[in-house]
Design a protein around this ligand. Sequence first.
Ligand SMILES: Nc1ncnc2c1ncn2[C@@H]1O[C@H](COP(=O)(O)OP(=O)(O)OP(=O)(O)O)[C@@H](O)[C@H]1O
Ligand SMILES: [Mg+2]
Length: 295
Amino acid sequence: MEPTMMTSSTAMRSQYQTQTTGMTAMGTSVMTTNMSTYNQHTLFTKQNVLAVPGFLKVSPDDFEPEKQLAEGGMGSVWFCRLKTNEIRIQAGGRNVCVAKISKVDLTKDQEAMEAFYQEIAIMYQLSNSKNIGKIVGYAESPHVLLMRFYEQGALESFVRKGLPGFPYTVQAVFEIVYGISNGVASMHRRWIAHSDLKPANVLLEIVYGPRGSFLRALLTDFGISKILADKLQVRAFKVANVFGASFLYAPPEVIQAFTNPDATVIGDRRIILPGDLYSLGAIIYELIHRNPPWL
Ligand SMILES: Nc1ncnc2c1ncn2[C@@H]1O[C@H](COP(=O)(O)OP(=O)(O)OP(=O)(O)O)[C@@H](O)[C@H]1O
Ligand SMILES: [Mg+2]
């Protein structure tokens, strides 16, 4: 998806505010009835136990969406201004962040709700890795995931258009491949599969150091990532959900599993973890050829 910076408009903001107000009312009643399932910050389900630390929860008044950056399948991505000191501290002293605002009312979709908290839990678990996008927090009513804003945008745009002032060199390709590989390694070390690695799900940051600047790649979009640790069974995904993965970067065995609703392969880490390595290979191909494989 192209990180198009749409012009900030009052219409967009009021659209978000209408959604916020509407969903607050709806969310409150449903959340009350679901309180035994959603024990405020910790999610217990039949299949998973996921810890989402309480300090990550912020109020919708802490941030203000200003410009839409992208529109995804499950939500829209907004550039936001941070409004309170508490959240600025949480964002490492920054004044801005990115909000992934859920399109659907999660209180009416148990599976999407679980996926929302799972994404937060995964980003939090991985927050010490240099090559994982940094989570800032999350809000409920509506459900919003907040993360650091990476102004260089997604790798998809770098491959197509490059970055002003940053030449597309072998060195740059090497730095990106190193970053993605390191991010994947930090996930796999914890038995977490990304399952949707592609250039649109890798963000870039220019890091200025004593020996010059370099490009850091950060993995993002853990919406269909899978926790494959021993004690946790993989979440069962509806076929509709796994179709979110991009077929250009997914290995044939995973595509086959996605298209066969009875397949058990989705929970099989012998297939799912190497699947990320296939996607990494496809990204490396694209970085070198500036065109995805098979196209
Ligand atoms: N933290 C960020 N900083 C800058 N740009 C971002 C950030 N997060 C997302 N984007 C932009 O928004 C796009 C979509 O983000 P993301 O993949 O997280 O959302 P999504 O709703 O899951 O999208 P999709 O359904 O297409 O995968 C990215 O490709 C990138 O261009
Ligand atoms: Mg994405």
